[in-house]
Design a protein around this ligand. Structure first.
Ligand code: 6GU
Length: 244
């Protein structure tokens, strides 16, 4: 998969993309990430990328011409053209399903919004989708692009150690992950749950499923409503929550 990122601050990405999972995906050749600066697509002497808002008001607005020129140049660099996504707090709230959807395509073009906004014509005539990573405001879309690229990288084949880790982890089944422990089995008088030392794989799987369900019920009831639970599991949740 190829991800092109348009940003006025490409230096914000060094580090994030040169370590851990994303670096591994890039080295393995399953993920290509290219950074592009709309400032390089201006044709005036001062490379101006923003201007005052028509109608007045505080803050600068990103000009349309450098963004259109940059996206069009990037689209002509490779096939297919790729979905154009604007990162903005006004976008669809990012979740597991949206990551899967965006990770499935061979190409994605991300535009990082900056300043107080982006000329509306970019939204209306260039962008296919708008994504937000939460209900708070960042000073720009760059951290959100890093979040999205990281989440997408984990869906590329061969990136994770085991394909099972994807299916097991939080949100894949609509549930939060069960508690994890590693050695030592007892640390400062804090012992791990006995069951994990039993060697009974079926019992351990049952315990983990139960922990996932109860943890989700207590922390994220909104997720549990959509998760696929058996009638027995629904009853378990009712009993346990009643006892809280
Ligand atoms: Cl994608 N951009 C900005 N500027 N702020 C955000 C965001 C994106 N998602 C949440 N807050």
């Amino acid at each position: 998969m190829r991800i092109d990122i348009l940003t006025l601050f490409p230096e914000m990405f060094t580090g994030a993309f040169d370590a851990s999972i994303i670096a591994r995906a890039r080295e393995a050749g399953v993920l290509e990430i290219a950074l592009h600066n709309p400032r390089d697509y201006t044709d005036d002497k001062h490379h101006v990328v923003d201007d005052y808002a028509y109608g007045g008001g505080p803050g600068m607005v990103m000009k349309p011409e450098p963004i259109f020129a940059c996206v069009e140049a990037v689209q002509s660099m490779a096939e297919p053209r790729g979905k154009v996504v604007l990162l903005t707090p006004q976008g669809r709230l990012l979740n597991h399903e949206i990551v899967e959807e965006l990770a499935a395509g061979p190409r994605l073009i991300l535009i990082c919004g900056r300043y107080e906004g982006v000329d509306e014509r970019v939204r209306e005539h260039l962008v296919d989708d708008e994504i937000s990573i939460g209900d708070y405001v960042l000073s720009g879309g760059e951290p959100a692009a890093i979040v999205l690229a990281d989440a997408i990288a984990r869906y590329q084949p061969g990136v994770l150690g085991s394909e099972l880790s994807l299916e097991e982890e939080s949100h894949a089944q609509g549930l939060l992950e069960y508690p994890q422990y590693t050695r030592p089995a007892s640390y400062r008088d804090m012992a791990i749950p006995e069951i994990l030392l039993s060697g009974h794989h079926a019992e351990i799987a049952k315990w983990r499923r139960r922990q996932s369900i109860l943890r989700t019920a207590r922390r994220r009831p909104d997720l549990l409503a959509r998760a696929q639970l058996t009638d027995d599991e629904r009853r378990l949740v009712e009993q346990e929550l009643a006892a809280d």
